[in-house]
Design a protein around this ligand. Structure first.
Ligand SMILES: Nc1ncnc2c1ncn2[C@@H]1O[C@H](COP(=O)(O)OP(=O)(O)O)[C@@H](O)[C@H]1O
Ligand SMILES: CC(C)(COP(=O)(O)O)[C@@H](O)C(=O)NCCC(=O)O
Ligand SMILES: [K+]
Length: 267
């Protein structure tokens, strides 16, 4: 069974590849540096893993921890994907393609695959609400036009806690009040307002840029908190990165099959 792993800066999400799709999708908050204990807790029940395919934006230390854990528990070396200049019908806007977050690259691949035959003449705007909030725009023909990065909801509050004397413990309630009367509510509402006004404004500017209707997709751990407050209509696609991983994994599996079948076929 192929394990698909999406390591973000706050959480690890994983799924099994079944019928070309990510199934048994799970998530856990991860430690900032050490993840081996998290992995042993979450993955000890997993059996007959044949391959581990990873999208990691958590840095090299975390990658090393996963590699060591997978080798010692499953004798498998994980495959870490990186963004390419083009692939799966997507052309990367970055002049240094591998600089694009692999989570963003796989999100583009996932939406390209999802809408390729359904509606191939509208652009797509993807909002991924995680540790950071990323925006990526895909033109109708699969050309990535680029995107933006801002701190996510929790990161914004953490920024104030870490950098000001007056803002300390913030409760995670994320209430959305216009004018707050406690520090925690003021920070939470401020983060929400900053986020929704950023996203609403980006959407109106993207609409001008791409001329005409375009699809709006929202994903990431904070999507459900943000979605109800946004002005425009969005399709909520949870676990978009895992769908992109499934797309790439399916391709590598079929390639592997081809090569083995060709080996048998050649005299
Ligand atoms: N069950 C949960 N436990 C922890 N955080 C959660 C949970 N559900 C949603 N979240 C939110 O998801 C955010 C992380 O989203 P995610 O997309 O997983 O981030 P990343 O990909 O950056 O690790 C957290 O900041 C938190 O606000
Ligand atoms: C912007 C990100 C940190 C978002 O990561 P996440 O919020 O999912 O943890 C990640 O996509 C990343 O590390 N990108 C590399 C820089 C770039 O995409 O330009
Ligand atoms: K960083």
């Amino acid at each position: 069974m192929i394990l698909l792993v999406d390591i973000g800066n706050s959480r690890i999400k994983w799924a099994q590849l079944h019928g070309g799709k990510p199934v048994e999708i799970k998530a856990m908050i991860r430690g900032k540096t050490g993840i081996k204990r998290d992995l042993s807790k979450a993955w000890k029940g997993l059996e007959s893993i044949s391959q581990v395919i990873v999208a990691n934006v958590g840095g090299s230390k975390v990658a090393e921890q996963l590699r060591e854990w997978s080798q010692s528990n499953w004798q498998i070396t994980p495959e870490f994907l990186i963004a390419r200049s083009n692939g799966y019908g997507v052309r990367n806007a970055y002049s240094i393609p591998e600089d694009l977050g692999i989570d963003r690259w796989l999100g583009l691949i996932a939406v390209r695959q999802r809408y390729r035959n359904v509606d191939h003449n509208s652009a797509i705007c993807i909002i991924d609400c995680g540790t950071a909030i990323t925006v990526d725009v895909l033109a109708a023909g699969g050309k990535h036009l680029g995107g933006l990065i801002v701190p996510g909801l929790v990161s914004m509050s953490k920024l104030l806690v870490d950098n000001t004397a007056g803002v300390n413990e913030i409760n995670g309630k994320m209430e959305h009040s216009l004018l707050a009367s406690t520090t925690s509510a003021a920070v939470n509402a401020g983060a929400l307002y900053a986020t929704i006004s950023f996203i609403d404004r980006i959407n109106s500017d993207v609409a001008a840029e791409v001329k005409g209707e375009f699809k709006r997709i929202i994903t990431g751990g904070d999507a459900l908190r943000i979605l109800p407050l946004l002005r425009d209509k969005y399709e909520h696609l949870p676990d978009l990165v895992l769908w992109g991983l499934a797309q790439v994994a399916r391709n590598t599996v079929s390639k592997a099959k081809q090569t083995t079948s060709v080996d048998y076929a050649t005299p």
